[in-house]
Design a protein around this ligand. Structure first.
Ligand code: SAH
Length: 378
């Protein structure tokens, strides 16, 4: 492994020591291995023990910023359910539900859609015991079922939302060297975690990236996300349903987007294993391709701001503004702006919908236009 970066600091957290010992014993680990260990280690993992959301935590998310987000996404899924003949029993699922806020807002907003609440079984896929407890307190009245994996969801029409979930899944990074690829790894030097490069080798899985990259470029892959989308799409193709994925990212991965956040501020991803949130931007084109390969349709990629405007956020914001004054009104207006403005979350966050080939995408999404999608690779 060739060293490319590092803090030079010894591993300071309990998990840092465990990781350093493992590397000393068995050699450098992939970024994916490092990321999964930091986030989900059964004892010291970042998500295992804590609720990282909100002002007192490390980051916040769209559903925590305003109830409008969950309301509009919920109504879009309910409309997709109606468009598909309102099946009598459906699986309403959310992987990575955080505090349960998005699901709570969806269920409240859709309670008035005739027949929807009676059709719904609520299913949550959550790895964190700490967050499962928060979700239980929030959603107990809806008797949710928890699962360790998407594969454990019951078969049936599947209506699913995932917000800021795929960005937490482990990525691998490769640096292009000539026409070969060197994987970025976490290694050890003088007791400190460092970032290094494995020897370059040709990689069939990245052959298609030789066309749109140059030597020195970094590309990221996220095989777990592709496998999860394939599982979701297979169910939607077989039984009907719809999925909405919202995350920060773009069509194709290019460049190093691996980042760590602690107390709302960026930090060195190697500095405090288990105590910082680790994420990477989501590349949506491979997810859409995985859905299509599994027999479902994938929408065009849509900016969050555009999606929320199409779903009627401005109307909803006006209604919620009635009767509000002072600081409450100001924060409501700021939340609307934060979710939709192109210089805030409006463009940074993108949305993709999966739907059966025989049904339209959920409201707010355009069907895919292959020509426009190809333009991203130019
Ligand atoms: N969707 C929520 C929370 C986003 S934080 C919101 O928008 O506010 C990421 C969530 O994904 C957390 O609930 C975290 O515990 C969960 N998570 C991360 N990796 C996971 C995995 N591999 N399997 C299941 N849940 C996971």
């Amino acid at each position: 492994m060739v060293r490319v970066a590092g803090t030079g600091r010894a591993a300071v957290t309990p998990l840092g020591h465990l990781i350093a010992r493992r590397i000393a014993a068995t050699g450098p680990m992939t970024l994916a291995d490092f990321m999964a260990t930091c986030l989900l280690h059964p004892e010291h993992g970042y998500y295992t023990n804590r609720d990282p959301l909100g002002a007192a935590g490390d980051f916040t998310t769209a559903p925590e910023i305003s109830q409008m987000f969950g309301e509009l996404i919920g109504l879009a899924l309910a409309q997709a359910w109606r468009d598909q003949g309102a099946p009598a029993r459906i699986v309403l699922a959310e992987p990575g539900p955080g505090r349960g806020t998005l699901m709570a807002d969806m269920l409240r907003a859709t309670a008035r859609v005739p027949g929807f609440a009676a059709a719904v079984g609520v299913h949550l896929v959550e790895a964190s015991p700490a967050l499962r407890a928060v979700q239980a307190a929030r959603l107990g009245a809806h008797a949710p079922h928890w699962h360790d994996s998407l594969a454990d969801l019951p078969e049936g029409p599947l209506f699913l939302v995932a917000n800021e979930f795929f960005d937490a899944l482990p990525i691998r990074q490769f640096v292009r060297v000539g026409n070969e690829w060197a994987e970025r790894q976490v290694g050890l030097a003088d007791g400190a975690l460092i970032l290094g490069l494995a020897p370059p080798m040709p990689l069939a899985a990245l052959a298609h990236r030789l066309a749109d990259t140059r030597p020195g470029d970094v590309v990221e892959t996220c095989a777990p996300a592709e496998a999860m989308v394939a599982e979701i799409a297979r169910r939607i193709a077989a039984h009907g349903g719809a999925a909405i994925f919202i995350d920060y990212g773009g069509a194709t991965s290019l460049g190093d987007t691996f980042q760590a956040l602690r107390a709302h501020a960026p930090c060195d991803p190697l500095a405090a294993p288990g105590e910082a949130d680790l994420t990477a931007h989501v590349a949506f084109a491979p997810l859409a391709a995985a859905a299509r390969a599994a027999g479902a349709g994938a929408s065009a990629l849509t900016a969050q701001g555009v999606l929320l405007e199409r779903l009627g956020i401005t109307e909803r914001a006006r209604v919620l503004a009635r009767g509000q004054t002072g600081a409450g009104l100001a924060s409501h207006i700021a939340a609307h702006r934060r979710l939709t403005h192109p210089q805030e979350m409006g463009n940074l966050f993108q949305a993709l919908a999966i739907h059966p080939l025989g049904a339209p995408p959920p409201p707010g999404f355009d069907p895919d236009q292959p020509k426009a999608a190809n333009a991203h690779h130019a």
